[in-house]
Design a protein. Structure first.
Ligand SMILES: *Cc1c(COP(=O)(O)O)cnc(C)c1O
Length: 352
């Protein structure tokens, strides 16, 4: 039998258990579909695709739209199949053997997972007691060792907290030969972003996705914004025509609905605060969040039992209690008002 790479054999994949329940609050998807007019216009436009032809390899039109949205030159934008593919391209171009990926725990587990897939050694730095990046440990790590891809997630998943701007600015200022990646998958739910750290010559790439805010997890579209020379490096490792014709059209069309999507984001943020309030009233330990999810503590109850109890009540959340630094924690996505109420009712019964 063919033998898998030795370094992959020991690893287990990243999976969020998919259980068949009515209320799914485990993967931070949006509770809303995109606007109906988006869906109907998309159907019309897809009817006009020349399916026998390869799509625009450079995705110029979609990239131009994204560049306009963010007020950056088109050369500073790269698109891919979800931001996870962007992250993979970054590691293919800037990681690999003899280099390293620096991740802060607790954090998004895919960063380390994709690093391992690309044979990039992973260096883990623990967060401070506030669950933020400890800048002294981070700078100490950057001052020694091989070239690093440093993953900053802001807001962080699963803690929901934004990294202070000064922390990220300090990382960029001390980056030298290293690359700072700022994963902003949830940034539209937060007060501020870090996009202004990007400029030609700056060793920073910001990544974004249509999966969360845009309610288009099914589309698999993500993008990167960074210095022109960094984007050219990513181009070297992307497969030809990797973004298909349908996705190019859907992504570009979505940009006509920014106002509608902003309104949905505002609703989710309001709903997040309402849910937080209800959990606080129940006496549940719930931290602040600038994303579309909340991290809760299960107190004296084992988190796994609370998770199972919720599943029995038809509610699926993410059990983070096995992740480093997150004992006793569950992550719940902010859903629709009725989904959130179902979650609170179920939690109340499970904790009773
Ligand atoms: C959900 C998520 C992503 C999104 O990945 P896609 O491939 O765009 O769906 C990226 N980063 C973080 C931190 C996430 O939580």
């Amino acid at each position: 039998m063919a033998r898998i790479r030795d370094d992959l054999r020991a690893l287990s994949g990243y999976h969020s258990p998919q259980v068949d329940v009515t209320v799914r609050l485990n993967t931070n998807e949006a509770p809303f579909a995109p606007p109906a007019e988006f869906v109907s216009t998309l159907a019309q436009r897809l009817a006009g695709v020349e399916w026998n032809r390869y799509p625009d390899r450079a995705a110029v039109s979609l990239r131009t739209g994204l560049a306009a949205l963010h007020g950056v030159p088109v050369e500073q934008v790269m698109v891919a199949n979800g931001s996870n593919e962007v992250l993979q391209s970054i590691l293919l171009a800037f990681g690999g053997a003899g280099r390293r990926a620096v991740v802060f725990e607790p954090g998004y587990q895919m960063h380390a997972q994709i690093a391992r897939n690309t044979a990039t050694p992973v260096e883990i730095i623990e967060r401070d007691s506030e669950m933020l990046i400890d800048i002294r440990s981070a700078l100490a790590s950057l001052s020694a060792g091989p070239p690093a891809v440093v993953f900053v997630t802001s807001p962080n998943n699963p803690t929901g907290r934004c990294e202070p701007r000064d922390t990220v600015r300090a990382l960029v200022e001390h980056a030298g030969q290293h690359l700072i990646v700022v994963d902003e998958a949830y940034v539209q739910f937060a007060g501020a972003d870090l996009l202004d750290l990007v400029s030609d010559g700056a060793p920073v790439i910001v990544t974004r996705t249509f999966s969360k805010t845009w309610g288009m997890a099914g589309l698999r579209l993500g993008y990167a914004i960074g210095a022109t020379e960094l984007m050219s490096a990513l181009e070297l490792v992307t497969l030809p025509y990797h973004v298909d014709a349908a996705k190019l059209i859907a992504g570009e069309l979505a940009l006509d609905f920014v106002a509608e999507m902003d309104a949905r984001v505002a609703e989710t943020v309001a709903e997040r605060e309402r849910l937080r309030g209800r959990l606080c009233d129940l006496g549940v330990d719930v931290g602040p969040s600038e994303a579309n999810f909340l991290l809760i503590g299960t107190g004296s109850r084992p988190a796994v039992m609370v998770w199972e109890g919720l599943v029995e009540h038809g509610v699926l959340v993410r059990d983070c209690s096995g992740w480093p630094g997150l004992a006793g924690r569950l992550r719940v996505t902010v859903g629709s008002p009725s989904e959130n109420d179902a979650f609170v009712t179920a939690l109340e019964e499970v904790l009773r």
